[in-house]
Write a protein of this length. Structure first.
Length: 184
């Protein structure tokens, strides 16, 4: 596939994404092989859908899936620091569930820092986190994900689920967005 004209460079290509999801699925299989209770992969909409769908195909331990919709960003590229829950888990059996939150990116850390406490507070048996991309240089909340696909520099990335102004989510690779697109 030719590179999208708004993309400065491809940061993680399709082959590397495939290798990353294979490795992460192996780590999840190893760690949850003897889990007591249900194992639930929780996809954080919308950015995580492509990562979630590729990852869940490769995990071989029995899992259930669920979704949440949260938002920490206002319009554009700046983080507001606020976390809103638009779609919550609708389960009566949360005390039986080992929740593994699936994220596309950890930036400030606000979203996952909040969500882990929130879901533990709801009584989940365990709560862990898996992110495709980690930008530790941007952290304002002290948060370390349990599973990390790839550490990346502080660049504006899109594709493989990630957007700018709701565009570029369907690109099959992670790319760096040209500054001219968002600095107009
Ligand atoms: C993005 C991303 C994470 C969060 C990370 O979601 O998917 O949920 O921001 O940022 P943080 O570490 O600074 O909290 P966004 O609110 O852009 O929604 P989207 O996934 O629907 O695009």
């Amino acid at each position: 596939m030719p590179m999208h004209p708004d993309v400065e460079k491809i940061l993680i290509d399709e082959k590397t994404l495939d290798e990353i999801t294979t490795r992460l699925a192996g780590e999840i299989d190893r760690d949850y092989a003897n889990a007591e209770g249900r194992v639930v992969l929780v996809c954080i909409l919308k950015g995580s859908i492509m990562f979630m769908s590729d990852l869940m195909k490769k995990v071989t331990v029995p899992v259930e899936i669920d979704c949440m919709k949260v938002s920490s960003y206002g319009a554009g590229t700046a983080s507001s620091g606020m976390v809103h829950i638009y779609l919550d888990l609708l389960r009566a059996d949360i005390a039986e569930c080992n929740l593994l939150i699936i994220e596309d990116i950890v930036d400030s850390g606000n979203t996952l820092n909040y969500l882990v406490k929130y879901l533990k507070g709801k009584g989940a048996k365990s709560v862990k986190t898996c992110t495709l991309l980690d930008k530790p240089s941007r952290r304002t909340a002290p948060f370390v994900p349990d599973y990390i696909g790839c550490e990346i520099p502080d660049e504006f990335v899109i594709g493989y689920g990630l957007d700018y102004d709701e565009k570029y989510r369907a690109l099959p690779y992670v790319g760096v967005l040209k500054r001219s697109v968002y600095e107009q």
